[in-house]
Write a protein that binds this ligand. Structure first.
Ligand code: PLP
Length: 389
């Protein structure tokens, strides 16, 4: 049974983030009839299936790969729970391959896990972390290993819509290669999980569409999120700086509370797909890149932390700015207490990988999406630069 290490933040009483972690719906980002939007085949093609979140697209992929009791998924040791939840929901187990410090997969570790004759492994999932495409040579090597062992190769583009856009066609031709993405991390939409795969892998009935009530609620929530995004980010939030969380070790084989079995076969909102079809890509990508460069400049030379990905390739649309910090205590607490929006994968299965063990508390994911205002960016970058000076 896997062992998990989970950071419990309840006692910290962290305030709500003072800037949004995800983009929200803005009419200015949409095009009504022009070009520059997503290629229609990527959203409405026969090889595309929509779900409410990426984790449920992964569930469909793991199911198609044959994951169930007595079988296993190969997943990276640096992961969030929702990547492995669907395999556990299917009754399978998860084995973790090691990653290097740049989050590329260690092919030797993958090979070692596949060495026993009765490994029972049916699929391998490989993320393009933070919107950065994995190096082509490594992708080819991992794909070759998967093919040799008869595993389904699942490209996790949850952070990397643009990587999916570039590579999705490859998946449609073969029955052993699929891609998934999480549109709500890229577009200003409320939900979404997309799976690109050979249509022969799908059940005939597509996921059930949400009702009108859910659509209407999503519309209201999209507008209120939009308004919340304009809240003054500089407002002070006094907190008790002495409050601390605790690390909890637990053993179980069940999905996390973030996984809802009732959502497994539900389609995304029509509103989300409408936003995906109409969003202008170039300004969205440029704004993310500008924000990413702003982060790089803000922390250049900082003593207490450094960017994980220093170079921004020309075709990269970053999802978040990953930064490693030397001292999670006190830096993580200071930032969270000030209302900084932060993701940290501090609820993770324990593995032999020293990189994942270290990144669990030392790697922060900071937002750089298109919906952030210049005031929010200025506030966040100044706060982090000061904490790491
Ligand atoms: C790398 C990665 N893959 C998959 C998922 C699951 O995606 P979703 O949140 O759309 O269910 C996440 C969630 O954060 C993720 O970070």
């Amino acid at each position: 049974m896997p062992e998990y290490q989970r950071f419990d933040a309840v006692a910290c009483e962290f305030p709500r983030p003072r800037a949004p972690l995800f983009p929200s719906l803005r009419l200015a980002d949409l095009s009504f009839g022009g070009s520059g939007t997503v290629a229609p085949a990527l959203i409405d093609g026969t090889a595309v299936r929509h779900f409410a979140r990426g984790r449920y697209a992964m569930h469909a992929a793991y199911l198609a790969a044959g994951i169930g009791p007595g079988t296993a998924l190969l997943a990276p040791s640096y992961h969030c729970r929702t990547m492995i939840d669907p395999a556990l929901a299917l009754g399978g187990t998860v084995l973790f391959y090691e990653v290097d410090s740049d989050l590329t997969p260690r092919v030797d570790s993958i090979r070692a896990l596949l060495a026993p004759r009765d490994h029972g492994i049916k699929a391998l999932v490989l993320p393009h972390y933070f919107g950065f495409e994995q190096p082509p040579a490594l992708l080819a090597a991992v794909m070759a290993v998967c093919r040799h062992h008869g595993l389904m190769f699942i490209e996790d583009c949850s952070h990397a819509w643009q990587v999916a856009a570039k590579r999705a066609q490859g998946a449609q031709a073969n029955a052993d290669h699929v891609l998934m993405a999480s549109p709500y991390k890229f577009f200003g939409c409320e939900d979404g999980g997309v799976l690109w795969a050979n249509p022969a892998l799908f059940p005939i009935t597509p996921p059930a569409r949400p009702g009108l009530l859910r659509e209407a609620k999503a519309f209201t929530s999209a507008w209120s999120r939009n308004r919340a995004a304009r809240v003054d980010a500089t407002e002070a939030v006094p907190r008790d700086p002495a409050l601390r969380g605790q690390d909890i070790v637990e053993r179980h084989d069940q999905p996390s509370p973030l996984y809802e079995r009732a959502m497994e076969n539900k389609n995304s909102l029509a509103l989300s797909r409408w936003v995906m079809r109409r969003t202008l890509l170039a300004p969205l990508i440029e704004r993310r890149r500008q924000h990413y460069r702003q982060w790089l400049e803000a922390v250049a030379g900082a003593r207490g932390g450094q960017a994980l990905m220093h170079d921004l390739p020309d075709d990269c649309a970053p999802y978040m700015f990953p930064i490693t910090i030397a001292e999670p205590d006190p830096v993580f607490y200071q930032l969270k207490q000030a209302g900084m929006p932060i993701f940290r994968w501090d609820d993770m299965a324990v593995s032999s990988c020293t990189v994942a063990r270290n990144y669990r508390l030392h790697l922060l994911h900071l937002p750089c999406h298109q919906g952030l205002t210049s005031q929010q960016m200025a506030w966040m970058t100044a706060l982090v630069a000061k904490a790491l000076a």
